[in-house]
Design a protein around this ligand. Sequence first.
Ligand code: SAH
Ligand code: MG
Length: 205
Amino acid sequence: MDDQLLAIARAAKGFMPDDEGLALHEAALAASLVVGGPMLEIGTYCGKSGVYLGAAARAASTVLFTVDHHRGSEENQSGWEHHDLEVVDPRTNRMDTLPFFRSTIEAADLEDAVVAIVGYSLPVARAWATPVSFLFIDGGHALDVAMADYEHWAKNVKAGGTLAIHDVFEHEADGGQAPFKVWQRAVADGYEPIAAVGSLRTLRR
Ligand code: SAH
Ligand code: MG
């Protein structure tokens, strides 16, 4: 990734440490170059991971679709650990991260490589039929929500393509267990673990 894009990714609001973002970028680029096809992200937030992935999409001459209702996950709401008052719309008192995403992608000059899909994950998944080279699951982290994302989206990953899951913590002391359970489920379903960088896990379909 070039220095300017890296600086924008690092400065964006969000939940993607730089080493994991770079690993995400490399994994998405490799998958897309090997099997071809667009990339898909569940959990856009303010576009931080979208810059790492969007840069990979551009380098592979494809696009990243990124799905989010932009109302925040449970853990982003007021009173929870990951709440940020700045992303609350004063008009409605609800979270709205879409304007932050827009300005991140505009600053990164990635508007032609990153396509926002604004909505709930499952209704979009039910209408989705395009095979993808790379799927990144980083949406809601409650077990039912995370597992439903896996069940509805993973089937779109091409054979030889890559599934990536964020916030995978093997030990409860390090974080919530839902993404780890999704990772275990994917392994049981035959996905082959490729790599782990921080809490990012990649698997090959
Ligand atoms: N990838 C981001 C972080 C994502 S945070 C980064 O790099 O910073 C998780 C996001 O998932 C939140 O923005 C939340 O709005 C979204 N989300 C949670 N449940 C969802 C659902 N059911 N459908 C769509 N988006 C959802
Ligand atoms: Mg995450």
